[in-house]
Design a binder for this molecule. Sequence first.
Ligand code: PMP
Length: 428
Amino acid sequence: MLYQRSSQLFAEAEQVIPGGVNSPVRAFKAVGGTPLFAKSAKGAYLYDEDGNRLIDYINSWGPMILGHAFEPVVEAVIARAKSGTSFGMPTELETRIAKLAVSMVPDIDKIRFVNSGTEACMSAIRLARGFTGRDKIVKFAGCYHGHSDAFLIQAGSGAVTFGTPNSPGVTQGTAKDTLLAHYNDLSQVSDLIDHNKNEIAAIIIEPVAGNMGCVPPQKGFLQGLRKLCNDNGILLIFDEVMTGFRLAKGGAQELFGVRADIVAFGKVIGGGLPVGAFAARNEIMNYLAPVGPVYQAGTLSGNPLAMAAGLAMLEALDNDPSIYQRLEEKTAYLERGIREVLSAYDFPFTINRVGSMISVHFDAEPVVDFKSAAKGDNDRFRQFFHGLLQQGVYIAPSAYETWFITDALTYDDLDFTIKAIDKVAKTL
Ligand code: PMP
């Protein structure tokens, strides 16, 4: 496979964009080599600037749950663009997507749209602080909630890939209000609460972590957090930027039967356009401006193109609940296939999966938190990544990421991928 044109484009980009990219993980720094430049995509496939076709397991890092260039989304955006691309005034479209989202997600009354998952989580925290009158938050090591200051403390995803889980530029003042916990360790969270009585506004968590590979919550963990929050006047925030509208119509809340007080969304809710959102019951959402005192705003928030894309995506998911069953079956099939293939070799591996989120870790121990995720063999992952790329299979260029399965994948694509993994495993 040749990457000549991608290499040229990357060299050009590096002259005018830091690292040649507008989001660090895209740069292939963790795995080495030159990032591919996308030219187009359709369904399960990406086409790069050199004309290579790749089976895509990143899917724009989650949004393309029904495949690239999903027709209803594309048509909605084109139609909408012809009537104007931004007004700075409310539109009926915003109410329509809000109504639909509220109907799909358990126990939320109101939702506010923003432009990214980062904004959604940042605003959710501000709202929680305003609502409770408390300053501190608890986050889990290895969870990523976007790049706002309060969260860049032992963050996952690109923050760990690039060795700066605690970013310079985040002040000590901000860092001191972010308490760190270990994923799946309830007693440690309980200790943190005891040591910070009546000071913690919120616990924020990815209900299935997807930024240290895929790390599922152990049985009772989310329920335990819910109880600790109830007992201590703390708000539970689910960051469902990855899991929302992916694991079920109602996301992780529905899948695990645990309710959060505030839920943050991104990715799927925008159908591939820049959208984030946060939602809660009336009592909390009415704390937001212009009704309440907590300020939050956005020139392009609720942008008509973004809302048209999101609405078309949510309608497709709402109208055909069998999508979730299909995604479960396809991803389970892939998991079984990979497990069978890799079992024939003597290097250790662990596969984690919840619904259509899956990750392969090169370590024998269960991966249950950031510490265990970090034990994986990164050199082996690098070879695995490049081997698969050579075979035309595109997985995330870092061990600290989840693969996102799309409904556009056929069983032939999955079989091809499993065979490709076998070929690559021989070389590891
Ligand atoms: N939360 C989670 C769980 C995420 O995975 C991400 C991005 N991968 C974000 C928040 C931030 O979203 P965005 O990149 O849209 O700002």
